[in-house]
Design a protein around this ligand. Structure first.
Ligand code: NAD
Length: 279
């Protein structure tokens, strides 16, 4: 058996087309401001991607590429200005920020109705209690992919590897919201293989290349690889040994071309939602 490969790239294009069509129906063009501090090459690639996505969706976008020595006060001032601008619906602070900055304080300064990454405690709380609103882009992208492929998490055993605030924890919450029975595994989990073997849906987000091997997969399971690692040859790869796992799994996401493009598409959806909220 060879797993069905879930095409995140194609689905992301479809989602962005839908976002564009819906944005055209709004009275005002949605606007996204992206703040990048320092010269992390990976962050630069992500920011360029977001600008491209905005153009594709017909959004207005602004980029603030700030020097590494930018102070907390300067950033708080910029966020405050963007918070009060009517043409800006979403504000995104590209992470990580340089070590001298207080990342949490900056994220908390973004107005919750412009927090399109869904990192503000208000939005995290809303997510926790199951209210409508923003959802973090990566876990939301995973859920959208499942829906597209007709996979209903209800009653299924879902194992999430990773407990970060941006991927693992919100992923578990969204699975729970869809009535899955959820287990969260992490760096201190004992018996990871046994936990994974029970999973109908396995989401790998540890950031460890080769962590999930073929013998950890229940036959027919859905395997979602969120991670983006570099292997020994410098090639992009996930946590999952794709070649081995696809022999046993029922569905599998590739890296690249799986969750990554969906994350970007969900940011566009969140920006559209913010624009709707702002009337
Ligand atoms: P993180 O480092 O904050 O968290 C990693 C988690 O994995 C931790 O909770 C840790 O306990 C767990 N972990 C580490 N080693 C483990 C092990 N051996 N066994 C079990 N659990 C283990 O990372 P993150 O921000 O959550 O990102 C995770 C991965 O997802 C990274 O590779 C990152 O690049 C990728 N990512 C991808 C996207 C995307 O759009 N595709 C978005 C965000 C993050």
């Amino acid at each position: 058996m060879s797993a069905i490969i879930m095409d995140g790239k194609a689905l992301a294009e479809k989602v962005k087309d839908q976002v564009r069509a819906q944005a055209e129906g709004l009275a005002r063009t949605p606007g996204l401001a992206v703040i990048l501090v320092g010269d992390n090459p990976a962050s630069r690639v992500y920011v360029n991607g977001k600008k491209k996505d905005c153009a594709q969706c017909g959004f207005y976008s602004e980029e603030y590429a700030l020097p590494v020595e930018t102070t907390q006060q300067e950033l708080l001032g910029l966020i405050e200005t963007l918070n009060s601008r009517e043409d800006i619906d979403g504000i995104l602070l590209q992470l990580p920020v340089p070590a001298h900055l207080d990342e949490q304080a900056l994220l908390h300064a973004i107005r919750p109705d412009k927090d399109v990454d869904c990192f503000h405690p208000y939005n995290v709380g809303q997510l926790m209690i199951g209210e409508k609103g923003f959802q973090p882009c990566t876990p939301a992208g995973v859920m959208r992919m499942l829906r597209e492929y007709g996979i209903d998490p209800a009653g299924k055993r879902c194992v999430v590897i990773g407990r970060s605030n941006i991927v693992g924890k919100p992923q578990a919450l969204l699975m729970l919201r869809e009535n899955a029975t959820v287990t969260i595994c992490h760096s201190r989990t004992q018996g990871l293989k046994e936990e994974c073997l029970r999973a109908d849906i396995l989401v790998a987000a540890a950031g460890k290349a080769g962590l999930v091997t073929g013998d950890m997969i229940k036959p027919g399971a859905v395997v979602i690889d969120v991670a983006m690692n570099r292997n020994a040859e410098g090639k992009l790869c996930g946590d999952v040994d794709f070649a081995a796992v696809q022999e046993t799994a029922g569905y599998i996401t590739p890296v690249p071309g799986g969750v990554g493009p969906m994350t970007r598409a969900m940011l566009m959806e969140n920006t559209l939602l913010a624009a709707r909220m702002h009337g």
